[in-house]
Design a protein around this ligand. Structure first.
Ligand SMILES: [Zn+2]
Ligand SMILES: [Zn+2]
Length: 347
């Protein structure tokens, strides 16, 4: 076992504190990663605060991990010491069901193993990336190509793949009109990736506060959803809308922004049910759908795509002792656009 420094939640209400945790011995198929950067995702906060269900403490969150391979097991073939690598939201799955075999481990019939707060296949609880090292099965470790800095790559492991996967699945590309609802951690990556895929991108945000950023990131248009004229003006416009906002939306209004055959895809997860009027769907053969992260092969594809297009996340690097402040700012939507912890500051 390896004892490593980490920042952990000890209850649903107390601030995170510095601590040490144990990492398992490097097994034949395992990779030991020297973590360099860990992105701060809103899911970390929801999970640690038990807003998404019961959790065991201490809990080390973080599923946007970028680092360098420090050691490999005897049977590892995909990675070698010194490689730049990443780990996202999953560290294992059953590998046998139809979805795992198709490379959609995120839809594993037995449920994939979460990077933190999950039960790994050896029965231990997983601990995430707010830490100096992690041991992960090589099949759940992806390569970070040269051309993306590790700090800017970290958020791609959740925010990047969460938006890339539906953009790819629903065919964002030249000739397609894509709208992104919300310009936060997920939304800013959705804008960058959709624009790099060749789609015409519009941001739909509550206000025009971040308009300059949205246009710089690749959007051609930017509208305030607080302005009712927006919904009249854009009715029937979009082939695809990616909704990154985890709050109640007036779905009728957004569905009517879709062209015939258009899809509104939720990647955020508001806790309350959202009522849908069938009329908004049937009058344009429209779909209301959802999408969860992406498979491991697709995560690699996304990283390769981002490297080729020169895309990384817009980040604010922080030291570990600033993480509680960072969480408060994430909850207040006061970040442009992702905090990344420099794990060298974990001591
Ligand atoms: Zn996340
Ligand atoms: Zn499976």
């Amino acid at each position: 076992m390896l004892t490593v420094n980490a920042y952990a939640a000890t209850s649903a209400t107390d601030p995170l504190v510095p601590t040490t945790i144990e990492r398992r011995d490097v097994g034949p198929k395992d990779v030991l990663i020297d973590i360099r950067f860990a992105g701060v995702c809103h899911s970390d906060i929801h999970t640690a605060r038990a807003e998404w269900g019961k959790v065991s403490y201490p809990l080390v969150t973080g599923h946007e991990i970028a680092g360098v391979v420090a050691e490999v097991g005897s049977a590892v073939t995909r990675h070698k010491v010194g490689d730049r690598v990443g780990v996202g939201c999953m560290v294992n799955s059953c590998r046998e069901c139809q979805h795992c075999r198709a490379g959609n481990e995120q839809y594993c019939e037995q449920g994939f193993v979460d990077t933190y707060g999950g039960t790994d296949r050896d029965g231990t609880m997983t601990q995430g990336g707010y830490s100096t090292h992690v041991v992960v099965d090589e099949d759940f470790v992806v390569r970070i190509p040269e051309g993306i800095e590790l700090d800017e790559a970290a958020p791609l492991l959740c925010a990047g793949i969460t938006t890339y996967s539906p953009l790819r699945h629903w065919g964002a590309g030249p000739g397609k009109k894509v709208a992104v609802v919300g310009l936060g951690g997920l939304g800013h990556m959705a804008v960058k990736i959709a624009a790099a895929m060749g789609a015409e991108v519009t941001v739909l945000s509550q206000s025009l506060k971040k308009q300059e950023d949205g246009l710089r990131l690749g959007a051609t248009d930017y509208y305030a959803t607080s302005d009712p004229d927006t919904f009249d003006k854009l009715a029937g416009t979009f082939d695809l809308i990616i909704n990154t906002v985890s709050a109640q939306l007036d779905l009728k209004g957004y569905l009517e922004l879709l062209a015939v055959d258009g899809s509104l895809v939720n990647v955020g997860a508001p806790p309350e049910p959202m009522p849908v009027q069938a009329f908004s769907l049937i009058t344009g053969r429209r779909s209301f759908a959802g999408s969860l992260i992406g498979g491991i092969a697709e995560t690699q594809e996304m990283l390769d795509f981002c490297a080729e297009k020169g895309l990384g996340a817009e980040i604010e690097v922080i030291s570990a002792d600033k993480v509680n402040e960072a969480w408060d700012r994430v909850v207040a939507s006061d970040v442009r656009y992702r905090f990344v912890i420099d794990t060298a500051t974990l001591g």
